[in-house]
Design a protein around this ligand. Sequence first.
Ligand code: HEM
Length: 186
Amino acid sequence: MSKILTAEEVKRHNTRKSVWMVIRNEVYDVTSFVDEHPGGEDPILDAAGQDATIAFEDVGHSEDAKAMLKKYKIGTLAPGEGCSQYHRDCTECNASSDKPGTSDSKSWRSFDGGTPTSLSRKSSLKCYKEPLRPMPEKRIQHIVVPRERRRRGPPCAPSNSRLKYVVLALGIAILLGFAYKKYSSG
Ligand code: HEM
């Protein structure tokens, strides 16, 4: 069974020595991954000890990256603990007393006393919502196919219809040649 962890515990692991973060209510210890992270150590260290759900999703991590998370999971956030705009499920937020902005708020923002810059873009949202489309699609917006590649065949090749006329004309010429030979000899 998954270990239940509090936001306070996660927050303590916010240095290079120990890097914990929350993504969709699951707690990950990614200390050993900091050096291996293909996106460099900075984004991971920036999110250390915090809820990194939106930071993680915003990058448009691949399915492989999402699958890798499993390896680093160490527990699940205690119910209500991560109730902030980064929370997975709005119904939980709405039902809970510790909504963001309230005086007894237990949101990550109030724990940290501020919103990390990478997350501030969505700070007006109450809950984190699944993006409608996978992020990688968003990143590949314009694929321009060079004009030359769109043509079929080399540019100087005779077109099919022109070839037909040439063959027809040759056939007629041969037939006329035979007919002329026959009448002139006979
Ligand atoms: C905590 C677990 C994390 C894992 C397992 C992980 C894994 C990966 C992997 C495998 C890639 C290579 C590209 C891909 O396959 O998507 C990547 C790229 C990247 N990651 Fe992470 N990542 C994690 C957390 C984060 C966080 C919290 C951030 C914060 C913003 C972040 C920012 C980035 C960036 C900026 C790139 C480069 C993207 C690019 O070049 O297009 N990652 N990550």
